[in-house]
Ligand binder design. Sequence first.
Ligand code: ADP
Length: 454
Amino acid sequence: MIFIVDTVAVFDIAVATLYVVVVLIAARFCRTRGVVLVGLGCAGLSIISWVIAPPAHPTTETIINECISIVSIGLVTALALLAQQTVLTLRNQANLLDLTHDPIFSRDMEGKILYWNRGAEELYGFKRAEALGAVAHTLLQTTFVTPIEQVMATLLREGRWEGELVNRTLDGTPVVVTTRWSLQRDNAGQPALILETNNDISERKRMEDALQQAQSDLARLNRVLVVGEMTASIAHEVTQPITAVVTGASVGLRWLDAQPPALGEVRQLLTRIEKDGRRASEVVSRVRRLVKKVPPRIEHWDLTEAVDEVVALTRQELLRNGVDLRNALSSDVALVMGDRVQLQQVLINLIANGIEAMTGVHDRPRELTIRAARTEPDTAMVEVRDTGTGLDPGHVDRLFQSFYTTKAEGMGMGLAISRSIIEAHGGRLEAMPNEPHGAVFRFTLPAREAGLRR
Ligand code: ADP
């Protein structure tokens, strides 16, 4: 049609440029070779019609027109081929993105989803058709761990952001994902779209939580066992003040019956009874705090006070085992950050181990020295030193392995749990031989001056 019009038309215009439309249509439906053939064909037809039906008066203008037509056809063919290639590459990349099981999607700056791969369909349950055009965070009911304003600021500044967030699937199930966002800018440098790839870590999170729960249950069990071993001593600690209360009360009653009643003495006695009662209830609450199932509480507390409490709880056990306690708490007290009960548990473990290591010692004094001090402006140290059987310097690290024990009734978890507690608090727990006999267990903790309590 174009050929006929071009051949018979007498206008001095480049009808042949209409061939570009033919090339563009060919690019839509044909492969590379087809497009090239159509392009060559169009250029050929244009030349043929110019040759067989040249304009009435060929002028420079008509020759230029014809040249423009040929060049246009050539250029459009080349551009069409280029575009076809780009589309092909993009399609291949999109297919590749579909092959991965990780959810990948892109969205514009308003959050509208522009691309949604098969991994996203599989994880979230929304089909591509449902997702495209929807606002991503609304569709997935995203909950951010980091505030969104902060996320966007990082993304705009650095071009990427990585973090963790929680999405919900089609049926409302929450999924925890680690996510990577990448910002794409347009030719003018303006933010155009965000590419998001996610990694489902819900299962890992569940396992981590379960592991943490198991660890904390084990730690508690260990604590209960250690405290259980000391029941005789603890019972004594409670019985002593209660016996004093009972005796005091009966003496008080006798004094009240006296003529005249010895009220002054009774008052003094009541004060003592109150003190003894408090002492007994304090022991009970200390034990309860240690064996109760409570979530970790991170706060600042006074190291010396916490060590003193443990010493009070274990004093009777030390006495019962003929152990001499040397308490060397530095007056340079420190505030330690962390879970007080967990750290007291570590100390109880170390004291219990020290006592046990000395039960077989008969030829020298059984001495347990507890030292607590601030060694550096920001570090506190607690040390438990005994004169027991001692350690083999070559195998010190073995003691910290789970289930390593040399005791018939031992669980072998005390030191493993203690080390993980100290490390979780940013400190270190180490063991070394004591001179001339026994062992030293020392832990450090980040600390600061007691006066700086917030
Ligand atoms: P358990 O006390 O149940 O055996 P621990 O993890 O507390 O578990 O200790 C592991 C092992 O480390 C003990 O069995 C013992 O051999 C050794 N050990 C711990 N403390 C001392 C110590 N103060 N002196 C000598 N050996 C010790």
